[in-house]
Write a protein that binds this ligand. Sequence first.
Ligand SMILES: *[C@@H]1O[C@H](CO)[C@@H](O)[C@H](O)[C@H]1NC(C)=O
Ligand SMILES: *[C@@H]1O[C@H](CO)[C@@H](O)[C@H](O)[C@H]1NC(C)=O
Ligand SMILES: *[C@@H]1O[C@H](CO)[C@@H](O)[C@H](O)[C@H]1NC(C)=O
Length: 283
Amino acid sequence: MITATTWLLLLSSAFGHLSRVSKCGSNNRSGVDFLGSYRGKETSPGQYPWVLAALDCRDSLTRYIGGGSLIASSVVLSSVQVLRDTSEADLLVRAGEWNVSTTTEMYSHVDRPVKRIVRHEQFNNQNGDNDVALLFLTLAFPAQPNIRPVCLAEEPAAFGGVGCFYNGWGMEETNSLEYPNVLKKVTIIVKSNVSSISLSDNFILGQATNRNIGCKGESGSPLVCPVPRNPNSFEQIGILICKDGRPSLFTNVAKFLPWINKQVEDIAQNDDYETNSKNILVY
Ligand SMILES: *[C@@H]1O[C@H](CO)[C@@H](O)[C@H](O)[C@H]1NC(C)=O
Ligand SMILES: *[C@@H]1O[C@H](CO)[C@@H](O)[C@H](O)[C@H]1NC(C)=O
Ligand SMILES: *[C@@H]1O[C@H](CO)[C@@H](O)[C@H](O)[C@H]1NC(C)=O
């Protein structure tokens, strides 16, 4: 049964593709923890509940290696570049994080191990083409106010490039050496017409409104835009490819929806994933 507090990713048939979740992409505009709001950087705890951190836990210290987004209770969208040579056992995915230096947020973050990494077979390390990967988690994230999936855009052009942004914990500025401890928000002007600059439509081109902003360390972070007729709801149109330290190139999510759907289908039908469809689909 679908209730207000249950997010369902419905399979279109027995094992179909990911279809739209009624509650995906909604956020809490002022955040969920007013004590911790951080206006200077434009984010509050829980404000962007689909934003995830990929952590390398090979050493005793867990290191932030890049971003990702929650697209279903146990499915993460990220990039090949972020994962590099890591294997499943090397990784943790963190949801619900805001200030990495404290655990005093009202709702705590949650870490999950990775059961299966699926990298796009045609990833091109030279030009960043097909830079998309999925992480299937061993256990679904719980439903809580600071953890919620994002919708995936079927048509990036529909947004007209207005009000789009991504979030990450990467380098603040292109020439700084410091990483922020609080989740940052980077406003991006999306250039809707990439064909005119001879770039494949596997990419989305954008420009940060703040020219000094850096993106080092936060590849894989989700670029979202408000849904035109429902501005309190967000759809992911891109995955950050941090090229030359500047956030200007993104993987075009809409172009990869068929690939994403196929991987989810395959996993759902794969016995050795040892999960049932509920684990992937239901909060
Ligand atoms: C936003 O978060 C606050 C504090 O947790 C909560 O009281 C409020 O109901 C939330 N609003 C929505 C729309 O989720
Ligand atoms: C993040 O946590 C650190 C360590 O507790 C603290 O010094 C800093 O002020 C916090 N940042 C914000 C914006 O609350
Ligand atoms: C996009 O670029 C193509 C080719 O240069 C041009 O024909 C088309 O009119 C442009 N569309 C928009 C919306 O600018």
